[in-house]
Design a protein around this ligand. Structure first.
Ligand code: T4K
Length: 364
């Protein structure tokens, strides 16, 4: 058996990609919002069923641009059970993250705990659609409306997901999607911001291109976060395999469920009936009274199965933050973070490999 990693990026057929990039070798226009960038943005407006899509070179810089575009300041209520990017995007912009706990069924923000964290300094809520689980968008919007707060979703994992039949790209003031190599849809590195509000698109275009709004005009103190043409070409090719990729993921997800759902020391992630999933991740929660999470991790590693502890440690406990956030208690997030493993899941994974992984796990 070859080593099995937690994920393996979807890649198009080489000839398909060569055909897609051929014109770039004629035009020599390889970045700065060229034809491929335009074509991908247009296609994503269709696929994501949303009026405004702005592409970025990666998801993280998209998040930072969103913080600027929404003019966030003071405190933002968010969760620590996430990738470094979510918390860093706030701290790097001089904002104080205020950590709310998560719920223990789909690991998204616990809406019932948000209100107690609102202060005069709160400018927004930044929840995470973790693993592609969709937050309680109605409950969050209700609170945002009550206190006049912005809502910025970190939807890095939620590309293509629908909630009650609605595309997830349209909730809140803005949503960020990551198109990193490890995601359900990738542009190698890449990301996008979506919004139903037309006013943000020109601002975001400025923020990702030095604030340049015309040849002799610079309106914003923007940075550089443009997606290049080779990334966009990869995206155009990968969109053509998206539906079959999601079908393959679903079949493997269901096989994992069949094998692991009845194991009494493992809790799997139940997909809410209101959610049309993209099957991005397969997290399991290990009952430590049976076996420690780290022993499962190490044992699988011994079989060359490289599962990951997404997401451990909590971002608020990162060394770079020292004791700064230690006083903010999030016991559910702490428990999940100490007990979670994400198993390999990607379209090229075979059912035999899933059976092999499950055989190793259930024998523990
Ligand atoms: N918000 C959330 C909630 C996120 O999860 C992320 C990113 C972001 C924001 C920021 O979005 P981006 O700026 O990244 O667009 C990986 C990804 O790099 C990261 O995008 C992702 N979340 C995070 C959950 O996973 P690492 O540090 O775990 O990656 P790495 O290099 O260890 O790769 C994981 C596995 O993937 C490897 O063991 C093997 C496989 N792999 C990876 C790469 C890069 C490949 O087979 N080929 C590859 O090219 O962060």
């Amino acid at each position: 058996m070859k080593p099995i990693y937690v994920t393996k990026p979807s890649m198009p057929d080489l000839n398909d990609y060569m055909k897609e990039i051929e014109s770039l070798f004629d035009s020599h226009w390889i970045t700065n919002m060229g034809q491929k960038h335009k074509a991908l943005e247009k296609k994503l407006v269709e696929v994501m069923e949303i009026s405004n899509v702005t592409l970025f070179t990666n998801g993280h810089l998209a998040l930072e641009a969103a913080v600027d575009a929404l003019d966030l300041s003071g405190e933002v209520i968010t969760t620590p059970f996430t990738f470094a990017s979510t918390t860093h995007s706030l701290v790097r912009k001089g904002i104080e993250p205020v950590f709310c706990d998560i719920n223990d069924h789909d690991y998204t923000i616990d809406v019932d705990r948000i209100e107690a964290l609102v202060t005069e300094k709160t400018s927004a809520i930044m929840p995470v659609h973790i693993y592609g689980s969709i937050c309680d968008v109605e409950g969050i919007q209700k609170l945002a409306d009550k206190y006049g707060l912005k809502v910025l979703y970190d939807g890095a994992h939620a590309f293509g997901v629908k909630y009650k039949g609605e595309p997830v790209a349209g909730f809140g003031d803005m949503t960020m999607f990551s198109f990193h190599a490890t995601k359900v849809f990738n542009t190698i590195e890449g990301g996008a911001l979506t919004s139903t509000n037309d006013k943000y698109k020109p601002v975001l275009n400025g923020l990702k291109n030095f604030g340049i709004t015309g040849q002799n005009k610079v309106d914003f103190v923007g940075g550089n976060a443009k997606m290049n043409e080779f990334q966009a070409a990869m995206g155009l090719c990968n969109l053509r395999r998206l539906q079959s990729d999601i079908r393959s993921r679903k079949a493997l997800y269901e096989l994992y469920l069949k094998r692991l759902d009845d194991v009494n020391w493992i809790k799997t992630l139940s997909i809410n009936k209101t959610v049309e999933s993209n099957y991005a991740y397969f997290p399991i929660i290990i009952d430590s009274s049976h076996i420690s999470r780290d022993l499962v991790y190490e044992t699988l590693k011994g079989h060359q199965i490289y599962v990951r502890k997404y997401f451990y440690p909590l971002t608020k406990d990162f060394e770079c933050y020292g004791d700064r956030f230690k006083h903010m208690k999030t016991p559910v997030a702490e428990h999940i973070s100490n007990s979670v493993l994400t198993l390999p899941l990607y379209p090229d994974l075979t059912s035999e490999e899933v059976e092999y992984i499950c055989d190793r796990i259930v024998s523990l």
